[in-house]
Design a binder for this molecule. Structure first.
Ligand code: SAH
Length: 211
């Protein structure tokens, strides 16, 4: 097995120090080279614990937030996971280490094409990606055992709740400037909501550019 680089080890220790205790989450983060998902001018910061700009005025999430959301999702290797907001593809690549298949939707086509090229180059074959409005979900592939939304909505998108399996978990940021990371569990007769803490995401935007 390859020995992790010092900058990767430093990041993993920082995540542990900030409350990430799930060993599968940490192992997945160790496996996915974040430097392959950031733009060239930010390569030296690829393993720093902060968000970085990507194309189309979007961001690759902070590693701590990726780890928190991955840990909260509690994914197992039999599960189908829906991600809304592919962005760089980094969060999808981390989840792909832990589940059967990730379905990911991005509204900006250039970002989606770049992310797909990264998945191919890294030989990650269990991600299916498409351009679209992720707030509508992916009905043809529903139900999903897990859903993750990586852009902030005002309210919990009802179509995503519909596409969540009973007993399934959805993790998403809610709010405008003051955002809260929320864990939604679908029960037989509704949903349970748990608050996980303050976060900062780009907004969930309806529709696709030019569409
Ligand atoms: N998960 C990403 C984070 C990307 S930032 C990563 O690991 O890099 C959030 C992304 O959500 C942006 O790329 C933005 O374009 C996308 N987004 C915003 N609203 C959307 C919507 N309604 N449907 C699909 N993608 C959306």
């Amino acid at each position: 097995m390859a020995v992790a680089e010092p900058r990767v080890i430093r990041l993993l220790m920082e995540l542990r120090g900030q409350g990430i205790s799930d060993t599968r989450t940490l192992a997945a983060i160790e496996k996915v080279p974040r430097d392959r998902f950031v733009a060239e001018p930010f390569l030296d910061q690829a393993y720093e614990n902060h968000a970085l700009p990507i194309a189309c005025s979007q961001t690759i999430s902070q590693p701590l937030v990726v780890a928190l959301m991955t840990q909260a999702l509690d994914v197992t290797d039999r599960m189908k996971v829906l991600e809304v907001g592919t962005g760089s593809g980094y969060q999808a690549a981390v989840l792909a280490q832990l589940c059967r298949r990730v379905y990911t939707i991005e509204r900006h086509k250039p970002l989606l094409l770049e992310a797909e090229a990264r998945f191919r180059a890294l030989r990650i074959h269990n991600i299916t990606a498409k351009v679209g409005d992720g707030a509508r979900g992916w009905p043809e592939q529903a139900p999903f055992e897990r859903i993750i939304v990586t852009a902030a909505a005002h309210d919990i998108p009802p179509l995503l709740v519909e596409q969540l399996a009973i007993g399934g978990i959805m993790v998403l940021p809610l709010g405008d400037t003051d955002q809260d990371l929320v864990k939604v569990t679908r029960t037989a007769d509704g949903i349970d909501i748990q608050h996980l803490g303050a976060v900062r995401f780009v907004p969930l935007v309806e529709g696709v550019p030019g569409g």
